[in-house]
Design a protein around this ligand. Structure first.
Ligand SMILES: Cc1ncc(COP(=O)(O)O)c(C=O)c1O
Length: 351
């Protein structure tokens, strides 16, 4: 047998996550990964590299708890939000159980489940990108984890709070509901954090990759009640965070870091409003979906043509043509004003 044939059947069948980096491109305007367009500047304060790090660095856990308005016992820090997603699947799903998610949405729920050999159930979002609660309820048998992304990637829409509450009610005692709040800083009032007090099976995924401008750091979190956090503590790697990561994360969560994050959010929202205004003037644009995040989903008459034309010019966007119900749609990350100006000019010039 070849090495590939020796690998697990589910791994043989796996299509890896098509990350922006993996898809590549040769550009100088990168608007395909919902990153912040410029880097913050930090100095390393801790230069002790010969010792293993703290399993859960106190400065990061306490800093994030204070920022999120929860107790440290409600926080686990992970190697990006992606590790949080996988930990929850690994800790809660038996081999014969499944995860449920609602496409079009973030691709790692399915990739992580498939990697763990866990079956997938999908209940598509409605035409206005909301939960189809009746269908979810009808499909809950055997489901151990439900993933909901809000604001949703790639649509930018928030899931109705009342629907999330109803989902939490119908899954009580049966399944974990994960609300992925990777983009919550762009609409902080929508957070479900205050529902942690009511629902022991709610887990909220967060990250420093978006509004904190630290995608390269790989630092994320799960917020939940202590019992759920303690389950995740059992399965996480012994030293998930390298010393430089926790050093910088802790700095980003202090007052100055938080203020800078808020300034970034304000600037992104301004630039988003400008982009939407300009897109609305372009005749090849069919629809601009209202976004609560640092990206905008846009439907073109011919999405592929626009995507390829910009790709050729080194403006790398994210093609959503193959995502469920998103034919001719492109997701554009909010970059700097000048990057967006170039993008608008390039879209206008596509014949
Ligand atoms: C919805 C959503 N969740 C989670 C993540 C993972 O973020 P990270 O692993 O960088 O923290 C992303 C990244 O793009 C995302 O879009």
């Amino acid at each position: 047998m070849t090495i590939s044939q020796l690998s697990k059947k589910n791994v043989q069948a796996l299509t890896p996550y098509q990350s922006a980096r993996r898809l590549g491109g040769n550009g100088d305007v990168w608007l395909n990964a919902n990153e912040y367009p410029t880097s913050p500047n930090f100095n390393l304060l801790d230069r002790t590299f010969n010792r293993y790090p703290e399993a859960q660095p106190e400065s990061v856990v306490n800093g994030y708890a204070a920022y999120a308005g929860v107790k440290p016992e409600n926080v686990i820090v992970t190697r990006g939000g992606d590790e949080s997603i996988e930990l929850i699947i690994r800790a809660f799903c038996e081999a014969n159980e499944s995860v449920l998610y609602c496409p079009p949405t973030y691709g790692m729920y399915s990739v992580s489940a498939e990697t763990c050999g866990i079956a997938l159930k999908t209940v598509p979002l409605t035409a206005d990108f909301q939960l189809n609660l009746a269908e979810i309820e009808a499909n809950l048998a055997g489901v151990k984890v439900v993933f909901v992304c809000s604001p949703n990637n790639p649509t930018g829409t928030l899931v109705n709070r009342a629907d999330l509450i109803q989902l939490l009610e119908m899954t009580k005692g049966k399944a974990i509901v994960v609300v992925d709040e990777a983009y919550i800083e762009f609409c902080p009032e929508a957070t479900m954090v205050n529902e942690l007090a009511n629902f022991p099976h709610l887990a909220i995924v967060r990250t420093l990759s978006k509004a904190f401008a630290l995608a390269g750091l790989r630092c994320g979190f799960t917020l939940a009640n202590a019992e759920l956090i303690n389950v995740l503590q059992k399965v996480i790697a012994p030293y998930p965070l390298p010393v430089p990561v926790s050093d910088i994360a802790a700095q980003a969560l202090q007052t100055q870091g938080l203020n800078e994050m808020k300034q970034r959010v304000a600037e992104v929202l301004d630039n988003r409003a400008w982009l939407v205004e300009e897109l609305a003037k372009i005749s090849s644009v069919e629809q601009i979906f209202a976004s609560e995040a640092n990206y905008v989903l846009v439907k073109f008459q011919d999405g592929e043509k626009v995507f390829n034309a910009l790709w050729q010019q080194g403006i790398i966007l994210r093609d959503q043509h193959k995502a469920l119900g998103l034919q001719n749609c492109i997701r554009i990350t909010i970059g700097t004003k000048s990057e967006l100006e170039r993008t608008i000019a390039a879209i206008k010039s596509v014949q």
